[in-house]
Ligand binder design. Sequence first.
Ligand code: ADP
Ligand code: ADP
Length: 229
Amino acid sequence: MSDIRIKNLNKSFGNYHAVRNLNIELQDGHLLALLGPSGCGKSTTLQLLAGFETVTSGEIWTGDTLLSHADGVIPPEKRGISLVFQNYAVWPHMTVAENIAFGLKLRKLSRADVETGTRRALDTVRLGHLADRYPSELSGGQQQRVALARALAVQPKILLLDEPLSNLDAALREEMRFEIRRVHDELGITTVYVTHDQSEALVTADRIAVMKMGELQQFASPEEVFDTP
Ligand code: ADP
Ligand code: ADP
Protein backbone atom coordinates (compact mmCIF):
# COMPACT_ATOMS: atom_id res chain seq x y z
CA MET A 1 0.00 0.00 0.00
CA SER A 2 1.26 3.46 -0.89
CA ASP A 3 -1.37 5.53 0.79
CA ILE A 4 -0.22 8.65 2.64
CA ARG A 5 -1.41 9.59 6.12
CA ILE A 6 -0.38 12.93 7.57
CA LYS A 7 -1.29 13.26 11.25
CA ASN A 8 -1.21 16.47 13.28
CA LEU A 9 1.80 17.63 11.31
CA ASN A 10 3.62 20.81 12.34
CA LYS A 11 6.73 22.43 10.96
CA SER A 12 8.34 25.54 12.42
CA PHE A 13 11.34 27.48 11.20
CA GLY A 14 12.37 29.32 14.37
CA ASN A 15 9.24 31.17 15.48
CA TYR A 16 7.56 30.81 12.11
CA HIS A 17 4.94 28.07 11.81
CA ALA A 18 5.02 27.08 8.15
CA VAL A 19 2.72 24.05 8.60
CA ARG A 20 0.07 23.96 11.31
CA ASN A 21 -1.68 20.84 12.56
CA LEU A 22 -2.08 19.33 9.10
CA ASN A 23 -4.21 16.17 8.76
CA ILE A 24 -4.54 14.50 5.36
CA GLU A 25 -5.34 10.94 4.28
CA LEU A 26 -4.71 10.06 0.66
CA GLN A 27 -5.71 6.67 -0.75
CA ASP A 28 -3.29 4.48 -2.65
CA GLY A 29 -3.20 5.46 -6.33
CA HIS A 30 -4.80 8.85 -5.90
CA LEU A 31 -3.42 12.20 -7.00
CA LEU A 32 -3.55 14.94 -4.37
CA ALA A 33 -3.13 18.58 -5.34
CA LEU A 34 -1.79 20.85 -2.61
CA LEU A 35 -3.35 24.14 -3.63
CA GLY A 36 -2.96 27.62 -2.19
CA PRO A 37 -1.22 30.98 -2.53
CA SER A 38 2.52 31.48 -2.34
CA GLY A 39 3.85 31.01 1.19
CA CYS A 40 0.96 28.87 2.48
CA GLY A 41 3.22 25.87 3.22
CA LYS A 42 2.78 23.67 0.14
CA SER A 43 6.46 23.16 -0.64
CA THR A 44 7.32 22.68 3.00
CA THR A 45 4.71 19.92 3.17
CA LEU A 46 6.25 18.28 0.09
CA GLN A 47 9.75 18.53 1.61
CA LEU A 48 8.44 16.83 4.73
CA LEU A 49 6.89 14.06 2.60
CA ALA A 50 10.20 13.63 0.77
CA GLY A 51 12.18 13.49 4.01
CA PHE A 52 14.29 16.54 3.15
CA GLU A 53 13.08 18.32 6.28
CA THR A 54 12.47 16.98 9.77
CA VAL A 55 9.01 17.44 11.27
CA THR A 56 8.55 19.59 14.37
CA SER A 57 5.71 17.37 15.57
CA GLY A 58 3.19 14.94 14.14
CA GLU A 59 3.61 11.89 11.92
CA ILE A 60 3.70 10.89 8.26
CA TRP A 61 2.81 7.30 7.40
CA THR A 62 2.59 5.17 4.30
CA GLY A 63 1.04 1.72 4.74
CA ASP A 64 2.44 0.42 8.04
CA THR A 65 5.64 2.48 7.73
CA LEU A 66 6.21 5.55 9.87
CA LEU A 67 8.15 7.82 7.51
CA SER A 68 8.56 10.89 9.73
CA HIS A 69 8.05 11.86 13.34
CA ALA A 70 9.74 14.28 15.73
CA ASP A 71 12.42 11.77 16.73
CA GLY A 72 13.45 10.57 13.31
CA VAL A 73 12.95 10.17 9.62
CA ILE A 74 13.40 7.46 7.05
CA PRO A 75 15.96 9.02 4.68
CA PRO A 76 14.70 10.28 1.30
CA GLU A 77 16.42 7.55 -0.73
CA LYS A 78 14.68 4.83 1.27
CA ARG A 79 11.14 6.19 0.86
CA GLY A 80 10.40 4.88 -2.62
CA ILE A 81 9.72 8.46 -3.63
CA SER A 82 10.56 10.33 -6.86
CA LEU A 83 10.47 14.10 -7.26
CA VAL A 84 10.00 16.53 -10.13
CA PHE A 85 10.71 20.23 -9.62
CA GLN A 86 9.78 23.27 -11.66
CA ASN A 87 13.29 23.79 -12.99
CA TYR A 88 13.38 20.39 -14.77
CA ALA A 89 16.90 19.65 -13.51
CA VAL A 90 17.75 17.47 -16.47
CA TRP A 91 21.50 17.13 -17.00
CA PRO A 92 22.66 19.05 -20.07
CA HIS A 93 25.66 16.84 -20.85
CA MET A 94 23.56 13.66 -21.06
CA THR A 95 21.17 12.59 -23.78
CA VAL A 96 17.49 12.10 -23.00
CA ALA A 97 18.01 8.34 -22.64
CA GLU A 98 21.11 8.80 -20.46
CA ASN A 99 19.21 11.20 -18.21
CA ILE A 100 16.49 8.63 -17.71
CA ALA A 101 18.87 5.68 -17.34
CA PHE A 102 20.92 7.44 -14.65
CA GLY A 103 18.74 6.50 -11.68
CA LEU A 104 18.46 2.92 -12.87
CA LYS A 105 22.25 2.61 -13.19
CA LEU A 106 22.64 3.91 -9.64
CA ARG A 107 20.51 0.96 -8.58
CA LYS A 108 23.05 -1.35 -10.18
CA LEU A 109 20.49 -2.99 -12.48
CA SER A 110 21.73 -5.15 -15.33
CA ARG A 111 22.33 -3.43 -18.64
CA ALA A 112 19.26 -5.12 -20.15
CA ASP A 113 17.06 -3.96 -17.25
CA VAL A 114 18.38 -0.40 -17.54
CA GLU A 115 17.53 -0.41 -21.24
CA THR A 116 14.06 -1.87 -20.70
CA GLY A 117 13.29 0.55 -17.87
CA THR A 118 14.53 3.53 -19.87
CA ARG A 119 12.49 2.52 -22.90
CA ARG A 120 9.36 2.00 -20.85
CA ALA A 121 9.67 5.43 -19.21
CA LEU A 122 10.38 7.08 -22.58
CA ASP A 123 7.28 5.48 -24.06
CA THR A 124 5.11 6.54 -21.11
CA VAL A 125 5.89 10.20 -21.79
CA ARG A 126 5.94 9.65 -25.57
CA LEU A 127 9.55 10.71 -26.11
CA GLY A 128 10.87 7.55 -27.73
CA HIS A 129 11.78 9.42 -30.89
CA LEU A 130 14.01 11.87 -28.96
CA ALA A 131 16.05 9.33 -26.98
CA ASP A 132 19.41 10.38 -28.44
CA ARG A 133 18.90 14.16 -28.34
CA TYR A 134 20.43 16.50 -25.77
CA PRO A 135 18.19 18.63 -23.52
CA SER A 136 19.28 21.86 -25.26
CA GLU A 137 17.65 20.53 -28.44
CA LEU A 138 14.28 20.11 -26.70
CA SER A 139 11.43 22.47 -25.84
CA GLY A 140 10.67 23.27 -22.20
CA GLY A 141 7.70 20.90 -22.28
CA GLN A 142 9.83 18.09 -23.68
CA GLN A 143 12.50 18.71 -21.04
CA GLN A 144 9.86 18.50 -18.35
CA ARG A 145 8.72 15.18 -19.85
CA VAL A 146 12.31 13.95 -19.53
CA ALA A 147 12.30 14.96 -15.86
CA LEU A 148 8.99 13.12 -15.42
CA ALA A 149 10.30 10.03 -17.24
CA ARG A 150 13.43 10.02 -15.08
CA ALA A 151 11.27 10.16 -11.97
CA LEU A 152 9.03 7.34 -13.23
CA ALA A 153 11.82 5.05 -14.47
CA VAL A 154 12.75 3.93 -10.96
CA GLN A 155 9.13 2.83 -10.39
CA PRO A 156 8.50 4.94 -7.29
CA LYS A 157 5.71 4.13 -4.86
CA ILE A 158 5.02 7.84 -4.49
CA LEU A 159 5.57 10.69 -6.95
CA LEU A 160 6.04 14.26 -5.69
CA LEU A 161 5.63 17.15 -8.14
CA ASP A 162 6.51 20.70 -7.05
CA GLU A 163 5.00 23.30 -9.42
CA PRO A 164 6.23 21.18 -12.34
CA LEU A 165 4.63 23.39 -15.00
CA SER A 166 5.29 26.88 -13.67
CA ASN A 167 8.29 27.52 -15.94
CA LEU A 168 6.32 26.68 -19.09
CA ASP A 169 4.34 29.10 -21.23
CA ALA A 170 0.55 29.09 -20.99
CA ALA A 171 -0.10 26.80 -23.95
CA LEU A 172 2.40 24.20 -22.78
CA ARG A 173 1.08 24.36 -19.23
CA GLU A 174 -2.35 23.54 -20.55
CA GLU A 175 -1.02 20.63 -22.61
CA MET A 176 1.17 19.23 -19.84
CA ARG A 177 -1.54 19.18 -17.19
CA PHE A 178 -3.49 16.73 -19.35
CA GLU A 179 -0.26 14.81 -19.91
CA ILE A 180 0.24 14.46 -16.16
CA ARG A 181 -3.36 13.29 -15.76
CA ARG A 182 -2.92 10.76 -18.57
CA VAL A 183 0.31 9.37 -17.10
CA HIS A 184 -1.32 9.16 -13.70
CA ASP A 185 -4.32 7.31 -15.10
CA GLU A 186 -1.96 4.92 -16.90
CA LEU A 187 0.38 4.16 -13.98
CA GLY A 188 -1.77 4.86 -10.91
CA ILE A 189 1.17 6.02 -8.79
CA THR A 190 0.16 7.81 -5.60
CA THR A 191 1.04 11.43 -6.36
CA VAL A 192 1.23 14.74 -4.52
CA TYR A 193 1.16 17.75 -6.80
CA VAL A 194 1.98 21.23 -5.51
CA THR A 195 0.40 24.08 -7.43
CA HIS A 196 -1.01 27.57 -6.93
CA ASP A 197 -3.12 27.17 -10.09
CA GLN A 198 -6.75 26.15 -9.52
CA SER A 199 -7.36 24.95 -13.06
CA GLU A 200 -4.27 22.73 -12.90
CA ALA A 201 -5.55 21.17 -9.70
CA LEU A 202 -9.01 20.70 -11.21
CA VAL A 203 -7.70 18.81 -14.25
CA THR A 204 -5.06 16.67 -12.56
CA ALA A 205 -6.32 15.81 -9.09
CA ASP A 206 -8.53 13.20 -7.45
CA ARG A 207 -8.36 15.13 -4.18
CA ILE A 208 -7.51 18.74 -3.43
CA ALA A 209 -6.07 20.07 -0.19
CA VAL A 210 -6.55 23.82 -0.04
CA MET A 211 -3.98 25.41 2.28
CA LYS A 212 -3.88 28.88 3.79
CA MET A 213 -1.16 30.21 6.09
CA GLY A 214 0.05 26.71 6.91
CA GLU A 215 -3.41 25.32 7.68
CA LEU A 216 -5.69 22.99 5.78
CA GLN A 217 -8.78 24.94 4.77
CA GLN A 218 -10.55 22.32 2.74
CA PHE A 219 -9.97 18.71 1.69
CA ALA A 220 -12.30 17.42 -1.00
CA SER A 221 -12.72 16.18 -4.56
CA PRO A 222 -12.20 18.75 -7.34
CA GLU A 223 -15.94 18.79 -7.95
CA GLU A 224 -16.66 19.63 -4.31
CA VAL A 225 -13.93 22.29 -4.12
CA PHE A 226 -15.03 24.16 -7.23
CA ASP A 227 -18.80 23.62 -7.12
CA THR A 228 -19.25 25.25 -3.74
CA PRO A 229 -21.35 28.39 -4.30
P1 ADP B 1 4.56 27.63 -0.63
O1 ADP B 1 5.18 26.41 -1.18
O2 ADP B 1 3.10 27.44 -0.35
O3 ADP B 1 4.81 28.86 -1.45
P2 ADP B 1 6.52 27.29 1.45
O4 ADP B 1 6.20 25.98 2.05
O5 ADP B 1 7.65 27.37 0.51
O6 ADP B 1 5.20 27.91 0.80
O7 ADP B 1 6.81 28.34 2.60
C1 ADP B 1 5.91 28.56 3.68
C2 ADP B 1 6.53 29.59 4.62
O8 ADP B 1 7.65 29.02 5.29
C3 ADP B 1 7.03 30.82 3.88
O9 ADP B 1 6.71 31.96 4.66
C4 ADP B 1 8.53 30.61 3.84
O10 ADP B 1 9.21 31.84 3.85
C5 ADP B 1 8.79 29.81 5.09
N1 ADP B 1 9.96 28.91 4.92
C6 ADP B 1 10.04 27.90 4.04
N2 ADP B 1 11.22 27.27 4.15
C7 ADP B 1 11.93 27.93 5.10
C8 ADP B 1 13.23 27.77 5.68
N3 ADP B 1 14.04 26.80 5.29
N4 ADP B 1 13.58 28.63 6.65
C9 ADP B 1 12.75 29.60 7.05
N5 ADP B 1 11.51 29.81 6.57
C10 ADP B 1 11.10 28.98 5.60
P1 ADP C 1 -11.06 3.99 -4.64
O1 ADP C 1 -11.77 5.00 -3.79
O2 ADP C 1 -11.53 2.60 -4.43
O3 ADP C 1 -9.57 4.14 -4.66
P2 ADP C 1 -11.61 5.74 -6.83
O4 ADP C 1 -12.78 5.62 -7.76
O5 ADP C 1 -11.60 6.82 -5.84
O6 ADP C 1 -11.52 4.31 -6.13
O7 ADP C 1 -10.27 5.80 -7.67
C1 ADP C 1 -9.85 4.74 -8.49
C2 ADP C 1 -8.97 5.30 -9.57
O8 ADP C 1 -9.71 6.23 -10.33
C3 ADP C 1 -7.76 6.02 -9.01
O9 ADP C 1 -6.58 5.43 -9.53
C4 ADP C 1 -7.88 7.42 -9.48
O10 ADP C 1 -6.67 7.82 -10.12
C5 ADP C 1 -8.99 7.42 -10.48
N1 ADP C 1 -9.87 8.55 -10.22
C6 ADP C 1 -10.51 8.82 -9.05
N2 ADP C 1 -11.21 9.96 -9.12
C7 ADP C 1 -11.00 10.46 -10.37
C8 ADP C 1 -11.44 11.63 -11.05
N3 ADP C 1 -12.20 12.57 -10.48
N4 ADP C 1 -11.03 11.82 -12.33
C9 ADP C 1 -10.25 10.91 -12.91
N5 ADP C 1 -9.80 9.78 -12.32
C10 ADP C 1 -10.15 9.55 -11.06
